[in-house]
Design a protein around this ligand. Sequence first.
Ligand SMILES: [Zn+2]
Length: 283
Amino acid sequence: MKYSEPRWLSGLPRWGGRFPLLPSPAGNTNTPSARKPDSEQDPRADARRIAALAMRGCCSVCGYPFTAAVWCHMPPDVVEANGVRVAQGVGPMHLSCALFSSLSCPWVSSRPKAGEVPVVTGFAGYGVMLGGRHPEPSGTPLRFGYFDAVERVPHTDLRRRYEQSLVTDEPDTAQPRLWWGDDVEGEQRLAQCCAEDSRTLREMHDTAPAFPSVARVWPASGGHIDLTADPKLRAVARAALAAAAANRHNVQDMAKAVMAAAAAGRRSLVRDVSRIPERTVAL
Ligand SMILES: [Zn+2]
């Protein structure tokens, strides 16, 4: 490992195998028995864990609660709508935890081109994206909507900013770390969280003013951000329809196609965003 880890990661299990010392994030499975046989025993992201952490205002890496802005690995080509950027399965983190992941993750840190690498981006808050269907904390990752961007860390500045963050970050370590083992007890606690999250998500869905919208989770002020009025979103929705019509299912292809359709003024594709099936408005 090239970089010392944040002290609040001590106590997390280690990857073992090829990367014996690397901490296994709270949002991952941990034990080899829970890992896919073809993944060389590496931990893998668990959509249920990431959802449970995010729904409770906790970091996907260390499992401790947030106290201020949140950060994530934002894919570089995510489209913003009404000040919100939506990314599927991209859980919120502390700055130090996000930067440590960028610096130490064997996959992220080895990607050669900056344009391919997720950008560590900070936001004042985040929520859960709601389409026309009640989201479930299951095998399908939730889509998180991040709003009020505060900072974007350039790839060239990761290490300096990481060292700063070790001093300035203040995870709430007085609270217990939210974490689950892969044993029976851990699975039972995780199942309980999923049941609670399912109820909360249904309530968020049932009280949404429109679809798509984002139900705020952090800061814990509640409420929704209505995305339907945003022209960019409408453009993305049009592109998604075009992509769906062309039978292309890659969401980034959809977004690009939507933008192209909007630029070309293909008005026949315009529809009421709230009536578009959820699958086709993935940003
Ligand atoms: Zn953290």
